[in-house]
Design a protein around this ligand. Structure first.
Ligand SMILES: [Ca+2]
Ligand SMILES: [Ca+2]
Ligand SMILES: [Ca+2]
Length: 261
């Protein structure tokens, strides 16, 4: 019995490997690189000057309604092995793209920068695709509005993630993704035009202030889990089809240290 299960699991792994090695559809993975000139003006900058320049660049964007986010996530987070499904951020499982909603077993829109940390609302920072991801309803509820940090007990239904009373640690495969999403949010939202000024700090238990931790841990995760094809394609899709802006830390991972190192 055990042997049969193991061989079936091995078979699934090889199917997945074949799927990821196979030619990908033009729609999902024919995306381009950074448009020429997108980051012009950033040459030679570092620290606060680089952060300001990037803020100006990425703030030139199209804002989606919160309702439009559902359809966008079906495209940006499509399972490369199954176009009818989305990949859930924390569990890594695939779920039918039409099983969205608020019931147990559905997927919903996780705010990786928690909505309550700065009152993001549902239009603008609260509908910004760069930090919204499909997650299982129950796992999303367990993450709640906790800051990110190492440690805790395995999360129900997503056991490669851990949590304790004041923090959440995502699985290794998305630690860098999570870090780059919240680095983007800190640069994109600087307090202008009625928006909150989101910033990272090095603590947990931030509550409802527009802050999120822990910065030192997130920078470690950013370094340990660099952008992969899925994350880069997602950035391209958000730019080309929806918001017309980019996450600079996916395109230029070195800029995290230039600003926060
Ligand atoms: Ca903790
Ligand atoms: Ca990753
Ligand atoms: Ca900010």
């Amino acid at each position: 019995m055990r042997g049969r299960t193991a061989s079936r699991a091995a078979g699934m792994v090889s199917v997945l490997m074949l799927a990821s090695a196979a030619p990908v559809s033009a729609g999902q993975y024919g995306a381009t690189d950074v448009p020429d000139g997108y980051y012009s003006g950033t040459e030679g900058l570092s620290g606060a000057a680089l952060k300001t320049a990037l803020h100006d660049i990425v703030s030139d964007s199209t804002v989606l309604t919160y309702d439009q986010v559902w359809a966008a996530l079906r495209v940006t987070d499509e399972d490369p092995a199954d176009p009818a499904s989305v990949v859930l951020l924390y569990s890594g499982l695939s779920r039918d793209a039409d099983d969205n909603g608020g019931a147990l077993g559905d997927w919903n829109r996780e705010h990786v920068w928690p909505k309550s940390h700065g009152d993001l609302g549902t239009y603008g920072p609260g509908s910004d695709l760069h930090h919204l991801r499909p997650t299982d309803v129950r796992v999303n509820s367990i993450r709640g509005s906790k800051d990110f940090d190492l440690g805790g007990q395995p999360v129900d239904d997503a056991p490669d993630n851990s949590t304790d009373h004041d923090s959440f640690e995502p699985r290794d495969e998305v630690k860098g993704d999570v870090a780059r999403m919240v680095l983007y949010m800190a640069v994109r939202y600087e307090g202008g035009s009625g928006e909150p000024d989101l910033e990272l700090n090095d603590r947990t238990g931030n509550g409802s202030v527009p802050r999120l931790g822990r910065l030192s841990v997130l920078l470690d995760w950013h370094a340990a889990d660099p952008p992969d094809a899925f994350e880069r394609t997602r950035n391209d899709l958000i730019d080309e089809r929806y918001q017309h802006n980019r996450n600079p830390f996916i395109d230029h991972p070195e800029w995290a240290d230039e600003i926060w190192g």
